[in-house]
Unconditional design. Structure first.
Ligand SMILES: [Zn+2]
Length: 349
């Protein structure tokens, strides 16, 4: 909507308000909220996209004209826009994607909000013959769930495939974030949301054993480990711009395949059921036994990897794992002077 169209709409709203004044006379003294509302002024706020509308009955409301449809013309909101099915890119294969895509996530910190803050108790990755395509974070039923970045709601309905109440936001850069098992959804498809807007409330709908948020990140329908982008426990975003490599779009590519993150989380992970698994109680007991025997994610004697983070240098990585720089160079066929790309997976052992 152009500014001019907006003014016309605004004028119509105002006229509508005036018309309703004539129709609502009453003998009893009216309550404030019952008074006819007529827009009399708009005020700017610190946020460029938000205005405050002042009404004739001394009430006010927020208005965000520019959020309504300023992105509607972007190809990302034109192509593969399917509000009825979870998968929207059915004609695109993984092999069609470039080897890496730069995802510009934010330019200022207020463009990010954690979906919920909490410890991931079930990580992304293979689960026996099935796979867990997101992360699980425990919550209290009814806790608000926030949009991580601004975007447009691509899907908001009850999904019978196991997700329960599911909201999918497609962000401008093509990234999609999925929020599952919600007790209640707060948004409708084709609606724009800002980072930090409450898109629903946590719950345990669908295939779930207890209240938790199942959260996924996808690009062209292909899932990757959300922990590449987010530190859920501290509510932080790891990058402003993230180089999403095609190799990350793989259930075996985990952000946490690093020694320092191996702890008791794996135990909790195996105790908790998730949407991609349809196991019986015998399976569950077996998983408990396995978890007690061996923490998830540790493969003693197997290869050890480190995913490069912002600020990492070879010397510090080598020191952290107690290996030589030469060993890392040899295993990864790189030189001491090679610039380490964030997100790159280095073999350590
Ligand atoms: Zn899950």
């Amino acid at each position: 909507m152009t500014l001019r169209n907006f003014s016309i709409l605004f004028t119509l709203m105002a006229i509508g308000g005036i018309v309703s004044v004539q129709g609502q006379r009453s003998n009893t003294s009216p309550k404030l909220e019952d008074l006819p509302r007529r827009a009399i002024d708009t005020l700017s706020t610190q946020d460029d996209e938000t205005k405050v509308i002042i009404y004739s009955n001394n009430t006010w409301s927020y208005y965000r004209p520019t959020l309504l449809n300023k992105y509607d013309d972007l190809p990302v909101y034109q192509k593969h826009w399917d509000t009825t099915q979870v998968f929207a890119y059915r004609t695109i294969e993984l092999s069609d994607l470039p080897s890496a895509v730069d995802l510009k996530l934010i330019s200022t910190m207020d463009e990010f909000h954690p979906p919920i803050i909490g410890r991931v108790f079930s990580k992304y990755g293979p689960r026996g013959r099935r796979s867990h395509k997101g992360v699980d974070i425990p919550l209290q039923t009814g806790e608000p769930i926030y949009a991580v970045f601004e975007g447009k709601i691509r899907y908001s309905k009850y999904n019978t495939g196991g997700y329960g109440n599911l909201v999918i936001i497609r962000h401008k850069n093509g990234l999609e974030t999925w929020y599952a098992h919600l007790s209640k959804r707060n948004v409708a498809v084709n609606e724009y949301v800002k980072a930090g807007q409450v898109i629903g409330f946590g719950g345990s709908t669908g295939r779930s054993r207890g209240p938790h948020l199942h959260f996924e990140t996808r690009y062209c329908d292909q899932n990757f480990d959300p922990e590449y982008l987010f530190d859920f426990e501290n509510g932080q975003l790891k990058y402003q711009t993230f180089a999403l490599e095609r190799s990350f779009l793989n259930i075996y590519s985990r952000a946490s395949d690093q020694l320092e993150e191996e702890d008791d989380e794996g135990y909790l992970a195996l105790l908790t059921e998730n949407i991609d698994s349809d196991s019986t109680s015998a399976d569950f007991l077996e998983r408990v036994a396995r978890a007690q025997a061996k923490p998830d994610g540790i493969n003693p004697g197997g290869p050890v990897y480190h995913t490069v983070r912002s600020g990492d240098i070879l010397g510090r990585i080598a020191q952290k794992y107690g290996v030589s720089i030469d060993q890392i160079c040899r295993l990864n066929n790189i030189k001491r002077t090679t610039i380490l790309q964030i997100g790159r997976k280095l073999r350590i052992r």
